[in-house]
Design a protein around this ligand. Structure first.
Ligand SMILES: [Zn+2]
Length: 230
């Protein structure tokens, strides 16, 4: 009987050592980079063969939404990082990504906040949160949804509100709308999630890099307000 006890003890010791390492690893990986509550996933809409809105300027230049989205997303990420907030790009380059690929790229890094950038076809900023079906009357609809967004919907609304205020302050003459509509990408996100449509290329000059910078500052302010409230 004795050797068996020894073997069991060795296995038990090895298990305890493994668990200790796991605990240390989990703690260090959590504390690496930014503090919890401050990692923002920034998604640039469209990409690859999907141009989004295409606008022809009077001088014959073509502005594609996918490029403007990417430039705004990049400006947001660098502005957030400069202010000490962690941020990463869901679509870092000009390539096509479907909704599942985007959702997987987001979930892989467990961000604390998700923002998807698009352009609108009007001169307004449009802010969207997904509409989560309420109650049991919508049971069928309920099961059509990926329910990852459900626990975060109030926080999503909170970030949308912070974003709306920040935009109104920085762009006083520009219309801002807020809507809740079914958004399959946002449904798949397990974090507060908002989609922002910036004014279309007929209204904002996206050839001027300062435009993306101004929008980035507005978003960074909203993130700061949102994080302070949590
Ligand atoms: Zn778009």
């Amino acid at each position: 009987m004795r050797p068996r006890v020894k073997v069991t003890n060795k296995i038990l010791s090895a298990f305890i050592v493994c668990m200790a390492f796991m605990t240390i690893w989990v703690q260090t990986s959590r504390s690496a980079g930014s503090s919890p509550g401050e990692i923002v996933a920034v998604d640039a809409g469209h990409g690859g063969y999907d141009d989004g809105i295409v606008y022809n300027t009077r001088s014959g230049q073509q502005i594609k939404e996918k490029d403007a989205d990417l430039e705004i997303a990049r400006a947001i990420i660098s502005t957030l990082r400069a202010g000490g907030t962690g941020a990463f790009a869901v679509r870092p380059i000009d390539r096509y990504m479907d909704l599942s690929q985007r959702a997987r790229a987001v979930q892989a890094k467990s961000p604390d906040l998700f923002l998807s950038i698009h352009l609108s076809s009007t001169g307004a900023f449009n802010i969207y949160v997904t509409s989560v079906p309420q109650g049991q009357d919508d049971l069928k609809q309920f099961y059509l949804y990926s329910n990852r967004q459900r626990p975060y919907i109030e926080k999503s609304r909170g970030f949308a509100q912070a974003l709306e205020q920040s935009i109104r302050q920085a762009f006083p003459g520009v219309n801002v709308s807020y809507m809740e509509i079914p958004l399959p990408l946002l449904d798949r996100i397990g974090a507060p999630a908002v989609m922002l449509e910036c004014p279309g290329p007929a209204y904002f000059n996206y050839r001027d890099t300062n435009t993306a910078g101004r929008i980035a500052q507005v978003v960074a302010n909203a993130v700061m307000v949102f994080n302070a409230k949590r």
